[in-house]
Design a protein. Structure first.
Length: 382
């Protein structure tokens, strides 16, 4: 089984914190969609005829474009790719794009999962983040999605925002729980280089997030999610039992996926590739028949490091027994030696040969994974 990620790079405006490739313009929409349909055809062999069981429309803001354009994309995919009889088809949406009419249209073309960018139910947080919807509009968008017949709904929330008090963070979670939706993604506010947020903080126009504030919010998040019986199945993702994001879970379990559109990434088990991050360059190179992506053949060490990184982020953990089977005793033993310090200090725990991040360890997931990686020189000296 495999997945398709389709990047729609258009937005109404750029949020201060966003570092994904997107443009706050509709100027090149027609040229982009023509090129995207061509790429869908050109890349039809990348997944080697694997059945596609998930389609994820991300961005940017896919809900910003006309539902008819989304329908045309899905029709082209159906034409060239073998699809599961009941694929999960996710659309990322912003509250300002959601109304009963648009929701009905999206449902009618096959969208069966929504990921709605709420971020906060408090207007002062939304102003800090440069979101254009209000807290009330965010709540209403979910109500309307449910009334339109959507059951598989995910909300995005952001914590660590300097304007967000602990009390308001708890209230954000309470509001989300009251909507009785099956999936919640909660992300720590990060200041990425060259984003609007980065510039405004350096100019001292906005206050930067504080680490202790983020840590407090994270612990509140874990407690409230457990109280509501949401499974913490990945660092930033929580769901009711059985409501995992099938598409995102593919990334964390090493399944194959094809990314379409500018800046999209792909992986088919042996190679990784990534498209240019420019609409004009993407369109021009596809139209001229030139290569519009770069790629690499993955080495055994890269496969190993990626296995460690993605599995450690999940509730299923990093299975040393599987690593031994797939990579050999030497690499499995080396992993154990590197993990020993984190097991001792309580950031990792081990059960039946599987490493799991503890609650404290989850705060340092990226650093722990990096320290468990195998470097090329380590392997050559082993």
């Amino acid at each position: 089984m495999a997945g398709l990620y389709i990047h729609i790079p258009f937005c109404r405006h750029k949020c201060h914190y966003c570092n994904f490739f997107s443009v706050a313009s509709s100027k090149y929409k027609d040229a982009f969609f023509d090129a995207l349909h061509e790429e869908i055809y050109l890349q039809r062999h990348y997944l080697q005829n694997e059945t596609v069981r998930t389609i994820y429309l991300g961005g940017g803001t896919p809900s910003f474009v006309n539902p008819a354009q989304i329908r045309n994309i899905l029709e082209t995919v159906h034409k060239y790719y073998p699809l599961d009889p009941n694929p999960e088809i996710t659309l990322e949406a912003n509250p300002e794009d959601i109304n009963p009419g648009s929701l009905e249209e999206f449902r009618s073309i096959g969208i069966n999962r929504l990921s709605i960018g709420i971020q906060s139910f408090f207007d002062n947080d939304l102003k800090y983040l440069n979101r254009t919807h209000s807290g009330d509009a965010g709540y209403l968008s979910v109500v309307q999605a449910k009334e339109a017949g959507f059951e598989n709904i995910s909300l995005d929330l952001i914590y660590g925002v300097p304007t967000l008090t602990n009390e308001h963070w708890e209230e954000n979670l309470k509001q989300a729980f009251s909507l009785d939706i099956p999936h919640i993604s909660a992300y720590s506010l990060t200041v990425e280089e060259k984003t609007g947020l980065d510039v405004l903080i350096r100019k001292k126009i906005l206050t930067p997030p504080k680490e202790d504030h983020i840590i407090e919010h994270f612990h509140i998040l874990l407690k409230k999610m457990r109280d509501q019986q949401y499974l913490h199945y990945e660092i930033s993702n929580f769901c009711r039992d059985g409501w995992f994001s099938k598409h995102n879970s593919m990334y964390w379990t090493g399944e194959h996926y094809l990314g379409l559109g500018p800046s999209a990434h792909s992986y088919n088990g042996t190679t990784r590739q990534w498209n240019v991050s420019s609409i004009l360059q993407y369109v021009d190179q596809i139209n001229r028949g030139d290569r519009f992506y770069k790629g690499e053949d993955l080495t055994e060490i890269q496969h190993f490091n990626e296995r460690v990184m993605v599995t450690l982020r999940t509730m299923w953990g990093c299975d040393v027994n599987r690593i031994r089977e797939d990579f050999g005793e030497e690499m499995a033993s080396g992993l154990g030696l590197r993990a020993a310090e984190y097991l001792k200090n309580g950031l990792l725990r081990e059960k039946e040969g599987i490493y799991y991040l503890t609650d404290e360890g989850k705060l340092f997931a990226d650093q722990i994974a990096a320290d468990l990686f195998l470097e090329a020189e380590d392997r050559s000296q082993g």
